[in-house]
Write a protein that binds this ligand. Structure first.
Ligand SMILES: Nc1ncnc2c1ncn2[C@@H]1O[C@H](COP(=O)(O)OP(=O)(O)OP(=O)(O)O)[C@@H](O)[C@H]1O
Ligand SMILES: O=P(O)(O)OC[C@H]1O[C@H](OP(=O)(O)OP(=O)(O)O)[C@H](O)[C@@H]1O
Length: 230
């Protein structure tokens, strides 16, 4: 993703900031945090709390709770030193400022192409030079179709992609699929898997260079918590 990359580190006398995604990953992540001995302030899991930054039982670690895509933005800019996000977000964000040392094995799903059951297999769009694609992953979609010599005309949506084909907004969608029930409920069928997705622990590369002991200790703490659950 093209963006000016500014790094905003507080000096190294301040603690680390861990960016976590609100929503479904956070629920799956909770046992890992507990096993890693990270206990955020009690209102962290309170959906009604308006607080966004939370101290933890470790005076050298604060947690911030942000939208899943924004975890990558906070970590890439160094506003957070470490974070957790889906591989889908990393593929879309596509920056060398983020290092992803640990696959947490949670948030398992795939990024796929889907189309209407009614049209699937009738006209082969694979021979077309352009195709309209509804997605919240414009970069992934463009790259995927470009590799097949097809120009993706992206309709950028933030949700409810499944409505797009039946309402004439696009021919196909690129979205996350886990059980397939959302596709099925909306008359769609998965036609190609672009990538398998799990959540990753991510690290800002500059922080890894400037604060190697702290960051390595943090990654090791997470790795140990994962091994305990294996
Ligand atoms: N059905 C699913 N099964 C498993 N993992 C999923 C599924 N949907 C999303 N994920 C993973 O969880 C991450 C966050 O998805 P989630 O649906 O919680 O947020 P979102 O709807 O993308 O966020 P926002 O509120 O910003 O729109 C995704 O980036 C992906 O890695
Ligand atoms: O294959 P399934 O098991 O049906 O899961 C896939 C659905 O999960 C995600 O949506 P989510 O539930 O996160 O809602 P969202 O539209 O708010 O992202 C994704 O965008 C799909 O719509």
């Amino acid at each position: 993703m093209d963006m000016p990359m500014t790094t905003h580190f507080a000096d190294s006398s301040t603690g680390l900031v861990l960016a976590l995604p609100k929503g479904r990953i956070l629920k799956e992540l909770a046992p890992f945090l507990a096993r890693a001995g990270i206990i955020p302030a009690s209102d962290f899991t309170d959906e009604d709390s308006r607080r966004l930054r939370f101290p933890t039982n470790d005076a050298a670690l604060d947690v911030v709770r942000v939208r899943p895509f924004d975890v990558a933005t906070f970590v890439a800019h160094g506003a957070a030193h470490v974070g957790v996000c889906g591989a889908d977000v990393l593929m879309e964000y596509d920056t060398d400022q983020i290092y992803a040392p640990l696959d947490l094995g949670i948030g398992r799903c795939r990024v796929s192409v889907a189309e209407q059951v009614a049209t699937a297999g009738r006209e082969d769009w694979r021979a077309w030079s352009r195709i309209a694609v509804a997605t919240k992953y414009p970069n992934i979609a463009r790259r995927h179709f470009a590799a097949r010599g097809i120009q993706a005309e992206v309709v950028h949506l933030n949700g409810a992609m499944e409505l797009a084909p039946s309402l004439g907004l696009s021919r196909v969608i690129v979205d996350l699929v886990q059980t397939g029930s959302t596709l099925k409920a909306n008359g769609l069928v998965e036609t190609e898997v672009i990538a398998h997705v799990t959540s990753r622990l991510i690290v800002n590369r500059t922080a890894l260079k400037t604060r190697p002991e702290e960051i390595t200790a943090f990654v090791d703490r997470f790795r140990a918590a994962m091994e305990q659950s294996a």
